[in-house]
Write a protein that binds this ligand. Structure first.
Ligand code: SF4
Ligand code: SF4
Length: 465
């Protein structure tokens, strides 16, 4: 059994006041001057501590109010109201929603699983991974308690090729050649996102977190500068297109990534020659050609393939196709060919929540790569001002590396605990066994027709009796 893996988080406070979903409006006009005003009864004492941050123009009450609504309901003249905050609603976009952004901020700050209260108020089903549920039926398999440490649930996975079987001689000595593979204690790698107000210090912070967590940070090779030397063992540089003439400057690296090109085999051979001991991952866009390309790479002995979906978790060339469906088809094709266990599939693109990690693995990935969550962990508002060359409202480029590392470490701590929760409830004790376990998942599209199809077309507004 691998060494028990734990992520010990500790609070890493925000540098800026977070934008909150709602604010308090308290009118003075018509106030009865009650002997004991409801504001004095706030258990969080937010009115007493109220102050205005003039630099950020934020009323402290908006961040401290816990939304219990006691003051709103208690004022006899109904002078206190909660109002929704338009600034919060305008955060991010349709994929990186305000709710997802706020959850990522909270996880990076506290390291804790976000809890939204009793019951689930959201929709029954949705797009992409929202059309997928994990089966947590205790009847089929008993649950496991991993999060409180009473049972050990391993989240470790292998990157690279693992042997199909081992051969021993008569003396019991191992005869098989063990191929190169690396194991990581959590099935999540990170990658420098495609935009962001990122400085060398930010990247150093991400690299620090990758090393501390035992995972990898993927980054364009030109960003892997001298100041990252002590984290090289946990960097996975993305090499430029074309042939690699020598391995100079790549010493100490255990893994590299190669972009897909039509001449991938020549590029692969040149990297194999220059870096014989490194694990080589080939990066494939998740598009219509991905299945054939993945099969070609696997047949050629490529031991790791990185499938990249779009920014919003869809196929790169077809916005109507969800990443989960393409992932499943690639995974199935490799099984049919009998080569699935000879390589590792990692998936990236639009993965925003801990549940996406478990769901991508259920669809056939061995591990995932997250990018924007590690930027949002640093209070990014996904406003894209940096893309236009404008200043970053939360000055990410000025954040110091240890703070960056602790925020990302916390985020991984929260993700890890959620993965333990999901696996525990599914009765699965090893993340390697989660891969492709679609028997433990339900898909809306597959259930919708057989269950509701016989009802025929349901008119809008129709109600079942
Ligand atoms: S809603 Fe509750 S927490 Fe918020 S200010 Fe009123 S009493 Fe305090
Ligand atoms: S907050 Fe806006 S400007 Fe700053 S990194 Fe994020 S997207 Fe870029």
């Amino acid at each position: 059994m691998p060494k028990k893996y734990a992520i010990h988080t500790k609070p890493a406070p925000n540098r800026f006041k977070a934008i909150t979903p709602s604010g308090i409006i308290a009118w003075e006009e018509g106030c009865l001057k009650c002997a004991v005003c409801v504001k004095k009864r706030c258990v969080y004492r937010v009115y007493e501590q109220r102050g205005l941050d003039s630099r950020q123009m934020v009323d402290s009450i908006d961040n401290q109010c816990m939304n219990c609504l006691r003051c709103v309901q208690g004022c006899p003249k109904e002078l206190i109201h909660k109002s929704s905050n338009p600034e919060f609603k305008s955060l991010g976009d349709t994929h990186w929603t305000p709710d997802i952004i706020a959850k990522l901020w909270a996880q990076a700050e506290t390291g804790k699983i976000p809890v939204s209260g009793a019951g689930y108020p959201g929709p029954f089903s949705g797009d992409g991974f929202d059309a997928m549920w994990t089966d947590m039926s205790e009847i089929v398999r008993p649950t496991r308690d991993g999060i409180h440490g009473r049972e050990y649930i391993s989240t470790a996975v292998d990157l690279g090729k693992t042997p199909r079987h081992l051969v021993f001689n008569e003396k019991g000595e191992l005869q098989s050649r063990i191929p190169k593979f690396l194991d990581i204690p959590i099935p999540v790698l990170m990658r420098v996102p495609s935009f962001g107000a990122v400085s060398e210090e930010t990247i150093r912070g991400w690299a620090m977190a990758a090393k501390r967590l035992g995972t990898f940070l993927c980054l364009p090779v030109h960003q892997g500068k001298k100041h990252l030397d002590r984290y090289r063992s946990h960097l996975m540089p993305i090499l430029p297109e074309g042939l690699l003439k020598s391995g100079r400057g790549l010493r100490g690296l255990r893994a590299v990534e190669l972009p897909w090109t039509e001449t991938w085999d020549e590029a692969l051979n040149s990297v194999r020659k220059a870096m014989p001991s490194a694990l080589i991952s080939v990066h494939l866009p998740l598009d219509k050609a991905v299945k054939q390309r993945a099969l070609a790479l696997a047949r050629a002995g490529v031991s790791m393939i990185h499938l990249e979906g779009s920014y919003s978790g869809r196929a790169m060339d077809d916005d109507s196709t969800a990443m989960k469906d393409v992932l499943r088809s690639v995974h199935r094709a490799l099984i049919e060919e009998g080569i699935r266990d000879e390589m590792t599939l990692v998936a990236s693109g639009g993965l925003a929540l801990a549940e996406h990690v478990a769901k991508a693995i259920l669809c056939g990935a061995d591990a995932v790569v997250i990018d924007f969550p590690i930027l949002i962990a640093l209070e990014c508002r996904m406003c894209r001002r940096c893309v236009k060359g404008l200043s970053c409202p939360v000055e990410i480029e000025k954040a110091e590396a240890p703070w960056v590392a602790s925020r990302v470490y916390n985020l991984f701590g929260a993700f890890h605990n959620q993965l333990l929760e999901v696996m525990g409830a599914m009765g699965i004790r090893d993340a390697r066994r989660l891969r492709g376990e679609v028997g433990r998942a339900m898909f809306f599209e597959e259930l919708d027709k057989p269950v509701f199809g016989t009802l025929g077309e349901v008119k809008e507004g129709y109600e079942l009796e």
